[in-house]
Design a protein around this ligand. Structure first.
Ligand code: GRF
Length: 200
């Protein structure tokens, strides 16, 4: 990679934003060669949005409440396109994307999920893992499509489920790995995109 390729990434989030913070830190520390060109939240009170604004990143809320899904996604695309991100990274963005969005950024949308997909998609993945009694769970970075936590897998981390784990303990152990694997998956994907672009 390097300064030649487009290394701009956009972040979509809905809440706490700890994955966004981990990506931001990896960039700041020089581990990830990328630039956050835009942070968008669908909820005005998302902590991640507040942090992005504090840090002077281009950040905005596009409220999703009561909006038609395709119409919402058209607005998202409209807001993102001028920034020309190489990648759009979902980081706790609690919405399923419509074909409108996926078509605008084909093979350019990453998501992180707190389970070893295709096991336990959807909400409360860690609780689902505990309910099933799995001994190993983890997290997955994958290309997002129109499904719920579906699409080709980029990287995974296995995390042991320990005796006596509750949802909080397991979630915290998985989250630590999320914070390390997401920026690596982004670096890997940006490198692949720029290699592909160099071919053409
Ligand atoms: C993470 O567990 C992520 O895997 C899931 O939503 C959560 C977001 O957490 N998609 P945060 O907002 O990044 O702290």
């Amino acid at each position: 990679m390097g300064t030649m390729g487009n290394n701009k990434i956009a972040i979509l989030l809905s809440g706490r934003g700890s994955n966004f913070v981990a990506i931001y830190d990896a960039i700041r520390r020089g581990k990830l060669d990328a630039e956050i060109c835009c942070v968008i939240s669908n909820l005005a009170d998302a902590t991640g949005l507040r942090l992005a604004q504090e840090w002077g990143l281009p950040a905005l809320c596009i409220p999703s409440k009561g909006m038609d899904r395709a119409e919402y996604d058209r607005r998202l695309v409209e807001a993102l396109k001028p920034h020309a991100p190489a990648l759009v990274c979902l980081a706790g963005f609690m919405r399923i994307l419509s074909p409108v969005f996926i078509a605008a950024f084909p093979s350019r949308v990453l998501n992180i999920h707190p389970a070893l997909l295709p096991s336990f998609p959807g909400l409360h993945a860690q609780r689902q893992a505990l309910d099933h009694g799995v001994k190993i769970s983890g997290c997955t970075v994958h290309f997002a499509d129109e499904g719920m936590d579906t699409g080709p897998i980029v990287m995974q981390r296995a995390v042991p489920v320990l005796e006596g784990d509750d949802e909080n303990a397991l979630s915290a152990r998985i989250l630590e790995q999320e914070h390390d694997v997401y920026w690596r998956a982004i670096a890997h994907t940006l490198a692949k995109i720029s290699a592909k672009n160099a071919e053409n």
